[in-house]
Design a protein around this ligand. Structure first.
Ligand code: DOR
Ligand code: ZN
Ligand code: ZN
Length: 462
């Protein structure tokens, strides 16, 4: 019988020859996961998952003689593959920071089987043709399922063509719009939201309302830079957008919120969803004096009290989604004075171990983790066949060793961004293997699939 490493090598070779977005070798999409504790929506049931041609064919206590590659998952938990709705993969023009291969390898190593890429790239994802070009490049390189957000644009026809091209949302970056957009003008936002609502595309927002005159560029320390973007910027943006959104009747997803008050308002508003990041949940601005650029992102870290109340509210179910806001930069760019240091930290490889650590400390339930990292992301962004471990669903599975202890070490990241404010954090709970569409992509520290083995997603067709 053929050894599994030979099979893997053959599979890698077959995958590396892939040239089109749809050229997926279905024979590589068969796997039997044996004797895992399988997430059933409430708890775990011991059993086997048979994935054929990329989809879950059967889940049963015992499945033998399937004639396909088998993973012995005794002692491991099988969860639906995680979905990160907020990542910056940087390809095409900023590939020195990250590219589709390294960013999605990081995703697989972090247990994410689907990621949605942000549009603030070079060139920006602001037209159907640019979105289609990104999809073409990503298809050659991605290890996981990847979809694309597009920039919020003002022309209604452009919005329609972005929706037709499969954009998962229109992203409004309030501090500095990605495509020309009069962000000061409520009517312009309302018109864009109305069109988005009509074509059924959500609007995602970076809700920080920076007012001219409150410029943040003249500060000389990272702490001062954080103070220069205070919580009131978020409050002002959220209040304003909620008001506009009510008239426009469109779905708005509020990215990386930092305040309990924002979560409360959004929970009470129809067609609104909220997102928080692990760094805003677990870190506060007091670490900025020692970690400096390693902990510099926007919105910035908040006070310990604000962080704690964000964490408490998230743990009591006040938030819709956890996303990493994986925002990699080159260390050489980051390690500069605050006025030159670009904000953003990598998060794909730290999110799940950090959240599993909360589970092990009994601060977070596994059902909340699955809701925030699988169910709600899939529901909000229309990924209908994802985040389900049942017959007919996509074969996206993460196998987790819930008890494994490790330490975060950014030098081992698959991401090009080898820094993290979580370096040295002790975690409990680790990714063992990540299966994307029935193919093993990551296993015990290694990427075992070929570049381009993942799929490119279009909104509305998954
Ligand atoms: O810290 C951040 N980095 N916040 C953003 O909103 C943008 C992101 C980036 O693209 O680097
Ligand atoms: Zn943002
Ligand atoms: Zn972001």
């Amino acid at each position: 019988m053929e050894s599994s490493s030979v099979r893997t090598a053959q599979r890698n070779l077959a995958r590396s020859k892939k040239t089109t977005e749809t050229a997926v070798d279905l024979e590589d999409r068969n796997i039997l996961v044996k004797d895992a504790d399988i997430w059933n929506g409430k708890g775990f049931t011991r059993g086997c998952i048979l994935i054929l041609e990329g989809r879950i064919k059967r889940i049963a206590r015992s499945i033998t003689d399937s004639g396909v590659e088998t993973i012995d998952a005794l002692g491991l938990k099988a969860l639906p593959g995680l979905i990160d709705v907020h990542v910056h993969l940087r390809d095409i023009g900023l590939a020195y920071k990250e590219d589709f291969a390294t960013g999605t390898a990081a995703a697989a190593a972090g247990g994410f089987t689907t990621v949605l890429d942000m549009p603030n790239t070079v060139p920006p994802t602001d037209s159907a043709s640019r979105l289609i070009e990104k999809r073409r490049v990503a298809a050659q390189k991605t290890y996981v399922n990847v979809g694309f957000h597009a920039a919020a644009v003002s022309d209604s026809h452009d919005i329609e063509s972005l929706a037709d091209a499969g954009a998962f949302s229109l992203k409004l970056y309030m501090p500095k719009p990605i495509a020309p957009f009069d962000v000061e003008n409520d009517q312009a936002i309302e018109k864009m939201m109305r069109t988005a609502g009509r074509v059924g595309t959500p609007v995602t927002v970076h809700a920080e309302d920076l007012v001219t005159g409150e410029n943040t560029s003249k500060t000389d320390s990272f702490e001062a830079a954080a103070e220069a973007r205070p919580p009131i910027f978020e409050t002002r943006a959220v209040d304003r957008l909620l008001r506009i959104q009510k008239k426009a009747r469109c779905h708005v997803h509020y990215c990386h919120l930092t305040l309990r008050s924002s979560l409360t308002k959004i929970t009470g508003s129809t067609r609104s969803t909220s997102e928080v990041t692990p760094h805003h949940l677990l870190l506060s601005k007091k670490i900025l004096s020692s970690l400096r650029w390693r902990a510099w992102m926007v919105p910035p870290l908040r006070s310990e009290e604000t962080r704690w109340s964000l964490l408490k509210s998230t743990l009591t179910g006040l938030c819709s989604v956890i996303a990493s806001d994986h925002a990699p930069h080159a260390v050489i760019e980051k390690d500069q004075s605050v006025s030159k240091s670009p904000p953003g930290i990598p998060g794909l490889e730290t999110t799940l171990p950090l959240m599993l650590t909360l589970v092990n400390r009994q601060q977070m339930s596994l059902s909340l983790l699955v809701k925030l990292l699988c169910d709600n992301p899939a529901r909000i962004f229309g990924l209908k066949s994802k985040a389900k471990l049942r017959r007919g669903a996509d074969g996206d599975v993460v196998l987790v060793d819930l008890k494994k202890k490790s330490m975060i070490d950014s030098s081992k990241f698959f991401s090009k961004a080898k820094y993290s404010p979580f370096d040295g954090f002790r975690t409990q709970g680790a990714v063992h293997s990540t299966i994307v569409g029935g193919g093993v992509v990551y296993r015990e520290g290694e990427i075992v699939a070929g570049e381009g083995s993942g799929s490119v997603l279009r909104s509305g067709s998954c």
